[in-house]
Design a protein around this ligand. Structure first.
Ligand SMILES: Nc1ncnc2c1ncn2[C@@H]1O[C@H](COP(=O)(O)OP(=O)(O)OP(=O)(O)O)[C@@H](O)[C@H]1O
Ligand SMILES: [Mg+2]
Length: 338
């Protein structure tokens, strides 16, 4: 466990202090985040070719709901992350979004994975443009926002950019302005790539709630602990609520065992409060829905996994957004901007 955590921390160390992860360096720049390296393939318009007729595409750039001016800063930003890959981040992000939408919330899912974007794949959306184009000032956030059939909007990520380069000051300022377009949403769910890269840590820093996902597999638990340990190391007093979801469990007892272990270790050794948010059953309905490129909450709203997600949203709703939270606070945390 120690080795993995050290390894992850080393990665963060290597990226230097430019990103300003410590809460004390709130004035720091976003530094290295978000940006694909210039010259990497094309602009990364992702997607597996779909055998279905672009069923998820609705109206790119047509969603005026998000085009109003900045709201009162009460947008809740939820970053979904994990140590190990493939544990269920994208499925949880999308289905959480649906559960929130059913509560009447305006929800945006941002695919912050610029290496292997797949929010759009799960929703069978083939976006023309993505975050890369916004960062490079070729498109506005409104241009790339895609409203889906499911009452949620997505900010598509890019595929094929494993490396991240610096943003110029000009690009950064532009990106801040563009992000503000999203402040009309009630909920922004940020689906990250696995592990600790600089942009993942920035998105965790930006969050009101950092939802860490693990499965009961020892490797996933170890890597989830690694992430928690890095957060504890990087932030003197983490501002975001740390929340744990145990995915793919066979029983309530199994989930509880994993959660107890993780929350206890985090409390005991890292002095960090991690809230156990809930679990999702290992459910074949999930993989069936993925194959159909539709969210499981839609394909099978009564399946065990759907009920679990519903329960998780209920729990989230009961946990208060800190007065210091919301969109304005996110901007400040990321960019030192009011
Ligand atoms: N609760 C579940 N029950 C059954 N299968 C699941 C469950 N959650 C996830 N899976 C399976 O795991 C696969 C990977 O899930 P997902 O793409 O959401 O993971 P991820 O963490 O986003 O992966 P990556 O790190 O590559 O982005 C899904 O395609 C599905 O087959
Ligand atoms: Mg994913």
């Amino acid at each position: 466990m120690e080795d993995q955590a050290e390894k992850l921390r080393e990665i963060v160390r290597q990226r230097g202090s430019a990103v300003g992860l410590n809460s004390s360096s709130a004035g720091g720049s976003l530094g290295t985040s978000f940006i694909p390296r210039v010259g990497d393939s094309d602009a990364g318009i992702s997607v597996f070719p779909s055998s279905r007729e672009g069923g998820g595409i609705v109206k790119a750039g047509a969603d005026r709901r998000y085009s109003s001016s900045v709201r009162d800063g009460k947008t809740r930003i939820i970053t979904v992350t994990s140590g190990k890959g493939g544990v269920g981040k994208t499925n949880l992000s999308v289905n959480l979004a649906l559960a929130y939408a059913r509560l009447g919330k305006k929800v945006v899912v941002m695919d912050a994975d610029l290496g292997l974007a797949n929010v759009n794949v799960i929703l069978n959306v083939i976006p023309k443009y993505n975050l890369y184009h916004v960062i490079r000032k070729q498109k506005t956030m409104r241009d790339i926002l895609v409203e889906t059939d499911y009452g949620i909007s997505i900010v598509p990520g890019a595929s094929g950019f494993s490396q991240i380069a610096n943003m110029t000051d000009d690009e950064r300022q532009n990106f801040i302005n563009e992000l503000e377009t999203l402040s009309a949403a009630d909920i922004i769910i940020i689906d990250t790539s696995a592990g600790v890269s600089s942009n993942v840590m920035d998105f965790i820093a930006a969050a009101d709630d950092a939802v860490i996902i693990t499965t009961p597999e020892p490797t996933a638990i170890t890597d989830a602990y690694g992430i928690i340990k890095i957060i504890a190391t990087e932030y003197e007093s983490p501002n975001m609520g740390l929340k744990l979801v145990v995915n793919r469990v066979k029983s309530v007892a199994e989930a509880k065992k994993v959660a107890d272990r993780m929350t206890n270790i985090a409390g005991q050794f890292l002095n960090l409060k991690v809230d156990y948010l809930g679990f999702v059953y290992d459910d074949s309905a999930v993989s069936h829905a993925v194959l159909r490129q539709r969210p499981f909450m839609v394909v099978d709203p009564k399946c065990k996994a759907s009920l679990c997600v519903q329960h998780i949203v209920d729990r989230m709703e009961k946990s208060e957004l800190k007065p210091s939270g919301g969109f304005g606070a996110m901007m400040k945390r990321l960019f030192g901007k009011n």
